[in-house]
Design a protein around this ligand. Structure first.
Ligand code: PMP
Length: 462
């Protein structure tokens, strides 16, 4: 691709005049135009002017093997040459989808019976909801349909998954959530604990509140509870000690299914293969996506345990079949890239790498946590966040109009580092292949961005 300034300008114009962007302020976009990314190099991406950035977010929490892995490119090319498309409706299969399903079952954190494929995290969660509804219809319990999610949880943007997402921006403008989708408290200890309340006591309080909510709704109306092991887009909320143990005891008591949304946590991000292993979840249904293919091709999966599988089998439904599936469910190219991704994780000992690097990552985050403008530093494995706040009480925030988070992210970009601002929370989720030296460079750039931010803070708060 040529990169003369004329062609760069022409391309940017095409974008602003033709492309409706995902999650972008349309007016601001018309004014400032796109950041056009043209190439990937390991943990870095390069823009149309040849500037390189360390991708501190693996794109959208997904490019675990960085942006130029040759084995994934080769697996995709090979699959495109062999069988570029086929579907999985009506008994059809292909070698890659069968192998990938078996591989995922072998990796699952708890015994799982079958794997269903889709193309995105949203579709996986949507499918999980439909499977839960189908399950209770098949069991002759049509009233057991409510799904409980959490404030600040993120589960996607399709109508059902956006309903599960617990962020106001995904609901208010879209007449969501759907009925039967409920939200309970966010387990963010630093923000939401009572003065002096320990993590354990906070977890007990949240589990008691869940119990009370299920009792109030009627246990025979509540079908499932969905949770990310670590909340991602809601602010990288690491659950407090004993939280999932206590929540699961409540679910068990009321025969409520657990859906683990492993779309971010899956495949090593928290230092184990699954966030469910790091935090002791025993899900009936597990959804995953993103790092399943290192983000290189769209693919997601839903694993179901024998309990769910048995009812999908037993009840052939009104269509005489399980009436759900996508044109691209089990796409042979996506499955081939995913299979190769999982093989690279194994061959390159990716879990060992994450475990070895995590202490350095978390220590650097804690170091940033000492800065006056950081309220809380938190993380696990190779995912973390720095929450900007005027002090460390957990009760204050910069004025929203100051847009402190987006400003910090912009300064980081100018320093050659991509981070994500979710409000005033700065998230980090670097590729799992990042080296010690690259990680140190990431934090050096972030440090320069923070230095500049701190110099501006007086004006932000004035
Ligand atoms: N679940 C979680 C935990 C996610 O982080 C995301 C995306 N960030 C989704 C679901 C939705 O995935 P997608 O954007 O692929 O639909």
């Amino acid at each position: 691709m040529t990169t003369t300034s004329d062609s760069i300008q022409a391309l940017r114009q095409l974008d602003t005049q033709s492309h409706l962007h995902a999650y972008t302020n349309a007016q601001a976009h018309a004014e400032q135009g796109p950041l056009v990314v043209v190439r990937g190099h390991g943990v870095e991406v390069e823009d149309d002017q040849g500037r390189r950035y360390i991708e501190g977010m693996s794109g959208l929490w997904c490019a675990s093997l960085g942006f130029s892995h040759p084995r994934l490119a080769e697996a995709g090319a090979q699959a495109l040459r062999t069988l570029p498309y086929y579907h999985t409706f009506n008994h059809r299969s292909n070698p890659a989808v069968a192998q990938l399903a078996a591989k995922l079952l072998a990796l699952a954190p708890v015994p799982m019976a079958r794997v269903f494929f889709a193309n995105s995290g949203s579709e996986a969660n949507d499918s999980a909801v439909k499977m839960v509804w189908y399950h209770f219809n098949a069991l002759g319990q049509p009233g057991k349909k409510k799904i409980i999610a959490r404030q600040r949880g993120y589960h996607g943007v399709t109508v059902a998954s956006a309903s599960l997402t617990g962020l106001p921006g995904n609901h208010a403008d879209f007449d969501l959530p759907l009925p039967r989708m409920l939200h309970v408290d966010c387990p963010h200890h630093w923000r939401n604990a009572l003065p002096g309340e320990s993590e354990e006591a906070f977890a007990t309080r949240l589990a008691d509140a869940l119990d009370a909510r299920i009792q109030a709704e009627g246990p025979d109306t509540v079908a499932a509870f969905i949770a990310e092991p670590v909340m991602g887009a809601g602010g990288v909320i690491v659950p407090p000690a004993t939280y999932f143990e206590k929540i699961q005891a409540v679910l068990k008591k009321h025969d409520v299914l657990l859906i683990a949304d492993e779309v971010i946590c899956g495949f090593g991000r928290t230092g184990a293969m699954w966030g469910s292993q790091t935090f002791g979840l025993k899900p009936d249904i597990l959804t995953c996506a993103k790092a399943l293919s290192s983000g290189y091709v769209p693919i997601s999966a839903v694993m179901v345990n024998e309990r769910i599988h048995a009812s999908l089998m037993a009840n052939s439904g009104r269509l005489g079949t399980f009436g759900h599936g996508y044109t691209y469910s089990g796409h042979p190219v996506a499955c081939a890239v995913a299979l190769e991704t999982l093989q690279v994780y194994e061959d390159d000992h990716i879990l060992d790498r994450v475990q070895a690097l995590s202490p350095r990552f978390l220590a650097a985050l804690r170091h940033f946590g000492e800065r006056a403008v950081v309220g809380e530093a938190r993380g696990v494995g190779l995912i973390g966040a720095l929450e900007l706040a005027p002090d460390k009480s957990g009760k204050t925030a910069f004025p929203p109009a100051a847009k402190a988070g987006p400003r910090l992210a912009q300064l980081a970009l100018e320093e050659g580092l991509v981070v994500r601002a979710m409000g005033d929370t700065i998230a980090l989720c670097p590729p799992l292949i990042i080296t010690e030296a690259e990680l140190d460079e990431l934090f050096a750039r972030l440090g320069r961005a923070f230095d500049r931010f701190e110099a501006e803070v007086a004006t932000l708060t004035a």
